[in-house]
Design a protein. Structure first.
Length: 198
């Protein structure tokens, strides 16, 4: 029996609208489970978006002071994690994959003198500014992925070893890094106000 091909409306990033992140509750957006029948490129984008929204949800409703709280012995803060992940999105997708120049404020940072600059300075930023920067970085990453000819497209800039990486590789890297930091954020959020959950 032949399968019937249906036209499914998609978002700007190519994700079927029924699985795209939708506007939701007061402080954020709703996480949507990835499409169990999605293509590889769709699933990579959906799993990454799921982890991005998980990370954002850990900062919902918190003040600047709460986002700057540490849980000993770690020096990590929710503010620092969110700002770091904005840098990660921009550095990997815009600078390394697409070959674009660094954006402010990263371009002026002496990373050798202050390797944790984004973690340290994030605590001075307002929550809405941090979330906005991260959301914008994620959207620009989606746009860079959508402009690629496919998952096999290689980066403009190479890794330290001289090898260029594929879009598939960098999306998997972003999923791994975002999910790892979302796990850190789970513990930080619980230590701040007892909130637990996905």
């Amino acid at each position: 029996m032949a399968q019937v091909q249906r036209s499914v409306p998609v978002s700007d990033s190519g994700i079927p609208l029924r699985y795209a992140v939708r506007e939701g509750w007061q402080h954020g957006r709703v996480r949507i489970d990835p499409d169990p029948d999605g293509s590889e490129s769709v699933l990579l984008g959906q799993y990454l978006d799921y982890q991005r929204e998980t990370m954002l949800s850990k900062t919902d409703g918190l003040t600047r002071e709460q986002l700057a709280l540490k849980h000993a012995p770690s020096e990590l803060t929710l503010a620092g994690l969110l700002y770091h992940l904005a840098l990660v999105e921009e550095d990997w997708m815009e600078v390394r994959f697409s070959g674009l120049p660094d954006r402010e404020p990263w371009v002026g940072v002496d990373w050798n003198a202050d390797p944790d600059w984004e973690f340290r300075t994030a605590c001075q930023l307002e929550p809405d500014e941090l979330r906005r920067r991260y959301r914008q970085a994620c959207e620009r990453s989606r746009e860079a992925a959508a402009e690629a000819v496919g998952l096999g497209q290689l980066s403009v800039r190479p890794l330290r070893n001289g090898e260029r990486f594929s879009l598939r590789w960098v999306l998997l890297h972003l999923i791994e890094e975002t999910a790892r930091h979302a796990g850190h954020a789970d513990f930080l959020r619980e230590s701040i106000d007892g909130k637990v959950g996905e």
